[in-house]
Design a protein around this ligand. Structure first.
Ligand code: DQA
Length: 147
């Protein structure tokens, strides 16, 4: 693995634009924009460049993944509920030959049974779950150290 140009795409999937309003006891109080700014600052401190993408549309998310073949050196992603069933996202990730890190604000492994399945688990290099916004920092540090 190599981060040739230090370009990390940070991707959020379905419903993550509702952060701040959505079940703060589970997902925290930061809005998506606030979370992204925090991630951007952490990345800058590590000498990494971040770009951000969010969509509530699975096809748009997949198309962005296709474009990233040329545009990113690694991806940090929180696909939201798609994590648990969207094989289209699994396949799009699987066809990319760059480091992938899965992040969740909550810990899906300790919630409802249906959340315990991650269809992308076998294609990511690392997972950071249940650590809120800090999980993104850990994901960036993992990429800096291991990619
Ligand atoms: C989530 C966990 C998912 O189960 C859920 O559907 C989300 C958010 C998280 O960050 O904890 O939308 O990905």
């Amino acid at each position: 693995m190599t981060l040739a140009h230090n370009r990390i795409e940070v991707m959020h999937g379905v419903n993550l634009d509702q952060l701040g309003r959505r079940d703060p006891a589970v997902y925290g109080t930061l809005t998506l924009t606030e979370l992204e700014r925090r991630v951007e600052q952490r990345a800058e401190a590590l000498g990494l460049r971040t770009t951000f993408f969010h969509s509530n549309h699975e096809g748009e998310f997949v198309e962005r993944l296709h474009a990233l073949r040329e545009e990113a050196d690694a991806i940090l992603l929180n696909p939201g509920a798609w994590t648990h069933y969207a094989w289209s996202i699994h396949d799009a990730l699987d066809s990319l030959n760059i480091p992938l890190v899965e992040v969740h604000l909550s810990n899906p492994d300790e919630r409802e049974d249906w959340r315990k399945v991650s269809v992308i688990r076998d294609v990511v290099s690392a997972r950071f779950v249940g650590q809120g916004a800090d999980g993104y920092r850990l994901g960036l540090e993992y990429l800096k150290e291991n990619a």
